[in-house]
Write a protein that binds this ligand. Structure first.
Ligand code: SF4
Length: 268
């Protein structure tokens, strides 16, 4: 069960290393991915008790605050979101992300949304009003069972790619964020995976490894021991010693993406 609170925030349009600004309409994330780097940051600053994915703060004054902040700040690209998913299930009820996008588009702030939810397609009408808005979906694997295990409450990977195809049809720029690459799960058939991305008409792809941010190992290792015990030692070696695994994956992804004509941008 997810404990949901309505809260008022003091600022909403925040400086970011990813784009000029980022907006997090929620604190916590119902998707509850077991590899989520936001978990450690959220727990550290919010001091919440409970499992990641089991609490959520809804910033109910987000849109009102944003309407004032856009008047005072320089126009720049806004990324949604850095520490939560802007289209997690609760967004269907509160429509915070939708109201935020509406304000940003009206004030000519370019928007990038990245999600693991098909709900994003609800807002293509708004997003396609801006000139350079873009939509990204995160894909770790196309294997539904593995996806359910590591990202239990997000949309199925196929549904995310379908949403991306619809974004393209709406005239939006699109990308896949392929990551974090989970050893021996994400990399089973790289060529097939990249071809699937390309088939959606995607403009480019980001690629990232699994980084050991706070809490990540404690969450993923529990999953490994329960569902993939044969991978536990292999992951430990890759993540805690000098392993060439991610360099090899990088070479392979680079080679295949060049062969099929898909631009790859590596985050590691
Ligand atoms: S969707 Fe993103 S923010 Fe939400 S739990 Fe998963 S990785 Fe974390």
């Amino acid at each position: 069960m997810v404990i949901i609170r309505e809260v008022e925030c003091r600022s909403i349009l925040n400086k970011s290393a990813i784009a000029n600004y980022c907006i997090n309409p929620y604190v916590g994330c119902q998707h509850g991915c077991r590899y989520c780097y936001a978990a450690g940051i959220t727990f550290r600053f919010r001091g919440r008790i409970g499992e990641w994915g089991e609490f959520l703060d809804v910033k109910i004054n987000a849109a009102t605050l944003l309407s004032k902040e856009v008047k005072k700040k320089e126009v720049g690209r806004v990324y949604l979101s850095s520490l939560t998913d802007p289209y997690q299930p609760i967004e269907e009820k509160y429509e915070l992300t939708r109201r935020i996008i509406e304000i940003l588009v009206q004030n000519n702030f370019p928007v990038t949304v990245q999600t693991k939810s098909r709900l994003v397609s609800r807002d293509f009408d708004l997003l396609s009003r801006g000139k350079s808005n873009e939509v990204g979906v995160t894909i770790v694997t196309m294997d539904e069972e593995a996806s359910r295990t590591f990202e239990p409450f997000s949309s199925k990977p196929e549904e995310r790619l379908e949403a991306l195809g619809l974004a393209k049809d709406s005239g939006l720029k699109t990308y896949v964020f392929f990551g974090p690459i989970l050893p021996f799960i994400s990399d089973n058939d790289i060529e097939k995976l990249l071809l699937k991305f390309k088939d959606t008409g995607v403009d480019y792809m980001y690629v990232d490894r699994l980084n050991l941010r706070p809490m990540v190992w404690s969450m993923v290792s529990k999953v490994l021991l329960k569902k993939y015990p044969e991978l536990y030692d292999k992951w430990k070696e890759i993540l805690f010693s000098k392993s060439s695994y991610y360099d090899e994956v990088k070479r392979n992804v680079l080679k295949k993406s060049r062969e099929i004509g898909l631009e790859a941008i590596f985050c590691y």
